[in-house]
Every structure is written in structure tokens, then in C-alpha cells.
Design a protein around this ligand. Structure first.
Ligand SMILES: [Zn+2]
Ligand SMILES: [Zn+2]
Length: 133
């Protein structure tokens, strides 16, 4: 059973993610949440995120080694992957999914891919420019 406070926090996190329109880390979500709920615990955010994932309302992404990112699912069926800049942590999305062709060849072997993750990190153009000067 869910109490109303949980529901409110859930709505709040969803609205943060829908405003951001990009994947956010727990720390980013947390710092947005404490503006409205100054006493919210990080564990509450983890719990809320977990249940949003179970409800299929948000997606999780592995972008850098020790951090997960979360993004709201939009209505489009478009499936996206992201890359992250190690330096400024800016997030870019891949123009297409390179896994789909792998998925097709796996299905020829009768293997059904139910989920996949791509983790790519590097240095963005802006940061490379800064490093050069
Ligand atoms: Zn960068
Ligand atoms: Zn993909």
C-alpha cells in the first residue's frame, strides 16, 4: 500500500525528470528534490526510483562506471542510448542503436534479447577544446 506522501514524492520526481528531458543521476535528482522536500532522504529517492522503474515509467542507463542515470519514458517508442563526457558530465544521445543488428543476428539463433545497455564515455568537443588551449 502506498501512502499519499509517497505518491507526492513520486509525482515530484517524475516532474523533475520530465522537465529535465535528459538522463539524471541520483545526486542530481536528490539536489532538485531537496528544494521542495528539504528533509527527504537519499534512500527515499532510491526507493521511489525503484518503484518508478517497476511501474515502467522511467528508464535506467549505465553511463559511467559508478553512476546510474534515470530518464522519464516519453510517449514515443523511440529507443535511445547516451554517451557521457567524463569531464563536464554532459550527456549526448547516440543517433541510432547499434544493437539492433546484433539483436537480429541473435534472433537467427533463437536468442531473444530482452534488454541491452550501452556504456560509452569520453571527452566532448567543448572539453577537448578547453584542454588544447
Ligand atoms: Zn565535456
Ligand atoms: Zn539500443
Amino acid at each position: 500500500m502506498e501512502n499519499t506522501r509517497n505518491t507526492k514524492q513520486k509525482q515530484h520526481i517524475l516532474s523533475i525528470l520530465s522537465t529535465a528531458k535528459r538522463p539524471m543521476s541520483i545526486n542530481e535528482i536528490y539536489s532538485c528534490c531537496i528544494e521542495t522536500y528539504p528533509r527527504i532522504a537519499k534512500s527515499t529517492i532510491y526507493r521511489t526510483i525503484d518503484s518508478l522503474i517497476k511501474q515502467n515509467l522511467i528508464d535506467k542507463y549505465y553511463l559511467s562506471d559508478n553512476e546510474l542515470f534515470y530518464q522519464i519514458k516519453d510517449n514515443s517508442t523511440e529507443h535511445k542510448h547516451y554517451v557521457i563526457c567524463n569531464s563536464c558530465k554532459k550527456i549526448f544521445h547516440l543517433p541510432n542503436c547499434p544493437i539492433h543488428s546484433i539483436q537480429d543476428s541473435l534472433s537467427e539463433y533463437g536468442f531473444d534479447v530482452t534488454d541491452h545497455y550501452i556504456q560509452i564515455s569520453g571527452i566532448c568537443k567543448e572539453c577537448r577544446k578547453k584542454a588544447d588551449t
